[in-house]
Design a protein around this ligand. Structure first.
Ligand code: GDP
Length: 197
């Protein structure tokens, strides 16, 4: 898919306030610093669309970006900020859960995982929760350029092997780098495919 335009539309604290139209939307989520803003910018072909920041968890709202005037990228807040207070964390989780479970327009959720990390309990629990609730999702491994080709492949394979200990099959998996643009065509093609269903 060719991206002709991508623009920020609105930020909201709850799913009830999200845009009322029925365009398909694709949400992106991951632990803070996973490379979510960079990936959104890479997909949109716009280096400053989503804010990239070294301050973990800066985005605390549901952000809608309209692409090609026909579908939305949705930037969800990161999850699992150890440094945040319990009540703020619970409030964020409620907002994320509310969006994921109630947003009929959400056609797919892309869950980002840093390819350098081993599976973490919080990610595995989140995947299981998505599975239990029948949420359509895909896994996006980020920052593949930071590892050598073989090391990257080994890490991703090990991650998938652990997932397959509890799952019968894997969801779609994408290997990406916002530095090199790896995975961009694959994700955009996948979105195009889902848009046409
Ligand atoms: P977010 O907090 O998940 O939105 O993460 P950011 O997109 O702000 O990225 C966090 C840090 O990782 C920044 O310093 C980025 O420059 C860096 N980063 C993100 N994606 C990549 C990537 O694909 N390759 C490399 N080498 N660095 C990346």
């Amino acid at each position: 898919m060719i991206i002709n335009s991508a623009r920020f539309v609105v930020s909201n604290p709850t799913v009830g306030k999200c845009p009322a139209d029925t365009r398909h939307e694709y949400a992106f989520i991951g632990r803070s610093n996973v490379g979510k803003s960079s990936l959104i910018n890479m997909l949109a072909g716009n280096r400053s669309l989503a804010k990239t920041s070294s301050t973990p968890g800066k985005t605390m709202l549901i952000n809608h970006f309209l692409v090609n005037d026909s579908w939305y990228i949705v930037d969800l807040p990161g999850y699992g900020f150890a440094q945040r207070g319990k009540s703020q964390r619970e409030q964020l989780e409620k907002m994320i859960r509310g969006y994921i479970l109630n947003r009929a327009q959400m056609t797919n959720l892309f869950v980002l995982i840093d390819s350098r990390h081993k599976p973490m309990k919080i990610d595995l629990e989140f995947f299981n929760w998505l599975g239990e609730n029948g949420v359509p999702f895909a896994i996006v491994f980020t920052k593949l350029d930071k590892l050598g080709t073989q090391a990257g492949k080994r890490n991703v394979e090990e991650y998938c092997r652990i997932l397959l200990e509890t799952w019968e099959e894997l969801p779609p998996v994408f290997l990406t780098s916002s530095e090199t643009g790896r995975g961009r065509d694959e994700i955009l093609d996948y979105i195009e495919q889902l848009n046409s269903l």
